[in-house]
Design a protein around this ligand. Structure first.
Ligand SMILES: [Zn+2]
Length: 464
C-alpha cells in the first residue's frame, strides 16, 4: 500500500493525500493552497495524475484548505463519489459555490482591467456550474457508522470537534499481511473553547496522519480568554464600537457564543451584535440548526439567546446598504465580519471607519498571516492603507488567542495519548515545516514513540 503526500505537508493549506492499496485508489481531502500568487500556481498544478483511476474521495471537513479543490476534480473529469458528513455537505454548498463565485468575479475584473494595469489573465480553477456539479457527487455518512466505499476496505467518520461536521477518518484496508488501519486526524478541535465536543479518541493505527497547525504553541486558558474579551468589550461599548474580524465558519460562531455566555453571566452588559458577512450568516444559521452537534452548555446558551433578545440583540446584515449603514453607528455596536485576516470583504470598511477613533476597539481572534492587513495591525502599525487611503490606527487593539478551533501542542499530545499503542508509523502533517518537525520531536520525547516523522511534500510511504 502506498501513501503519497500531495499537499498539506510542511504547510498548513492544500491538504491532500493519495492512498493506493493495490485494489483501491482514493484521496483524503482535496484542499486549496492559500496565500498569494505562489499558491495559485500550486492550485493550477495540483491533481496532476490519472483521475480516471480514482475510486472515491473522503473529506475530513469543509474548510477550504481541505475542500477547496474538490470542484477542480470535477472540472478535470472526476465523476466518482465524495464521502462527507451531512453537516459538512451543508457547509460545502455555501463555501464551494462562494469560492467559485469569487474566482469568476476576479477573472472577470482582471480581463476588464488587464491593459491598464498589466494584469495576467486568469482562468478560474472552476466555475459556479462546476462547483454545483461537484456538490451532486457528495455522499453523506453519519458519524460512527461503518461504510464501504469499495469492496476492499471500510471506513468510519469520528467527530473531530474542530468545526461543525468535522471528522477524524479511519480506514481499514484488506492487505496481504492482514487488515491495515489508517487514521487521518483532519484538523483536531480544542475542547476548551467550549463549543464542540473534544475530538474522539482513537485507540490504534498502522499509519496515522496527525495535524500540527499549533504543534509549537499553547493557547491561553478559557478564563484568561474570557477576561480579555470582557476587558476589550466592556471598556469600549459605552463610547465606541468593537470590531471583530473573524473567519466565517467556526470562528464567528465561537466569538458569538463566547460573548453570549458572558452577557448571560452578567459579566457584560446587554449586547448589540451585528454579523456582517453573508457567508458567516449562512454558517451561523447552519450551526443553530444543528445544536445536537454542539456541547450541552452551548445548546443551553442558544436557548437563552432565543429567549432573551433584549440581553443579546443579534442582527445579520444582508445587503451592502445595510452593511454601510453600520458605519453611522458611533457607539455600542459589536461588529463581527470577514475576512478573518482583514484582507478582503466588508471588514475593511469597518476598519476604515473605526480604526481612526481612539474610543473604538479591534479584537483579533485568529492567526494573521505575513503580508495581511491583520498582521500589520497586530505588529503595531500606526497607520495602514485601506482602499488607497492612509488610515491612522488610534483604536485599541486586542489579540485573543484562546478562541482557536485547533488543539494546541498539549491538546494534540493528549489526543495521541488515547492510542493504546504507538501507531506503526506516524506522519505529522498540516503544519509549517519547523512546527511539524518540532512536533514530531515532541511526540518522540514526550510519548516515547519512535517511528514519527514530519511528512514531506510529494513524499511517498509504502506500507506492507
Ligand atoms: Zn480546518
Amino acid at each position: 500500500m502506498k501513501i503519497t503526500f500531495l499537499g498539506g505537508a510542511g504547510e498548513v493549506t492544500g491538504s491532500c493525500t493519495l492512498v493506493e492499496t493495490g485494489e483501491a485508489r482514493f484521496l483524503v481531502d482535496c484542499g486549496m493552497h492559500q496565500g498569494g500568487h505562489e499558491a495559485w500556481e500550486k492550485n493550477l498544478a495540483a491533481l496532476d495524475f490519472d483521475l480516471r483511476r480514482l475510486d472515491f474521495v473522503l473529506l475530513t471537513h469543509a474548510h477550504i484548505d481541505h475542500s477547496g479543490l474538490l470542484p477542480r476534480l470535477t472540472a478535470l473529469g472526476y465523476r466518482g463519489p465524495i464521502h462527507v458528513t451531512a453537516t459538512t455537505a451543508e457547509l460545502l454548498e455555501v463555501m464551494l459555490v462562494d469560492s467559485a463565485h469569487l474566482q469568476e468575479k476576479e477573472a472577470d475584473w482582471r480581463s476588464r482591467h488587464r491593459d491598464a494595469r498589466r494584469l495576467c489573465p486568469m482562468v478560474p480553477l472552476y466555475t459556479v456550474a462546476q462547483a454545483r456539479a461537484c456538490l451532486a457527487q457528495l455522499r453523506t455518512i453519519a458519524y460512527d457508522t461503518e461504510f464501504r466505499p469499495h469492496p476492499a476496505l471500510s471506513c468510519r467518520f469520528h467527530d473531530a470537534g474542530h468545526i461543525l461536521g468535522s471528522a477524524i477518518i479511519e480506514v481499514r484496508v484488506r492487505a496481504a499481511a492482514g487488515t491495515r488501519r489508517l487514521v487521518f486526524s483532519g484538523d483536531l478541535g480544542q475542547a476548551a473553547n467550549g463549543m464542540l465536543p473534544a475530538p474522539r479518541q482513537i485507540d490504534g493505527a498502522d499509519a496515522l496522519l496527525v495535524e500540527s497547525t499549533y504543534g509549537n504553541r499553547l493557547h491561553k486558558s478559557p478564563e484568561q480568554t474570557q477576561a480579555e474579551l470582557i476587558a476589550a468589550v466592556s471598556g469600549t461599548i459605552a463610547k465606541g464600537n468593537v470590531i471583530i474580524p473573524a473567519f466565517a465558519v467556526g470562528r464567528t460562531q465561537a466569538v458569538l457564543y463566547s460573548l453570549a455566555g458572558l452577557a448571560r453571566a452578567g459579566k457584560l452588559p446587554p449586547l448589540r451584535i451585528f454579523i456582517d458577512s453573508p457567508m458567516a450568516e449562512k454558517a451561523t444559521l447552519i450551526t443553530r440548526r444543528h445544536l445536537e452537534l454542539l456541547t450541552p452548555a452551548v445548546r443551553e446558551l442558544d436557548r437563552w439567546m432565543r429567549g432573551n433578545p433584549a440581553e443579546l440583540q443579534l442582527r445579520y446584515t444582508h445587503e451592502v446598504e445595510e452593511s454601510m449603514a453600520l458605519n453611522q453607528i458611533r457607539a455600542g455596536a459589536i461588529i463581527i465580519s470577514a475576512s478573518g485576516m482583514c484582507d478582503a470583504g466588508r471588514i475593511k470598511h469597518h476598519l476604515r471607519w473605526n480604526l481612526p477613533r481612539a474610543e473604538c476597539a479591534v479584537v483579533i481572534t485568529g492567526f494573521q498571516a505575513e503580508g495581511t492587513l491583520g498582521r500589520r495591525l497586530v505588529d503595531g502599525a500606526r497607520s495602514v492603507r485601506i482602499f488607497n487611503d492612509d488610515i491612522p490606527v488610534r483604536a485599541q487593539l486586542h489579540t485573543i488567542g484562546g478562541l482557536s478551533a485547533h488543539a494546541d501542542r498539549e491538546g494534540l499530545l493528549a489526543w495521541l495519548r488515547g492510542f493504546a499503542h504507538a501507531p506503526g508509523h506516524t506522519f505529522v502533517v498540516h503544519g509549517e515545516r519547523d512546527t511539524a518537525a518540532g512536533f514530531a520531536d515532541a511526540v518522540k520525547q514526550r510519548l516515547g514513540w519512535t517511528r514519527v516523522e514530519a511528512a514531506q511534500q510529494g513524499g511517498v510511504h509504502t506500507l506492507a
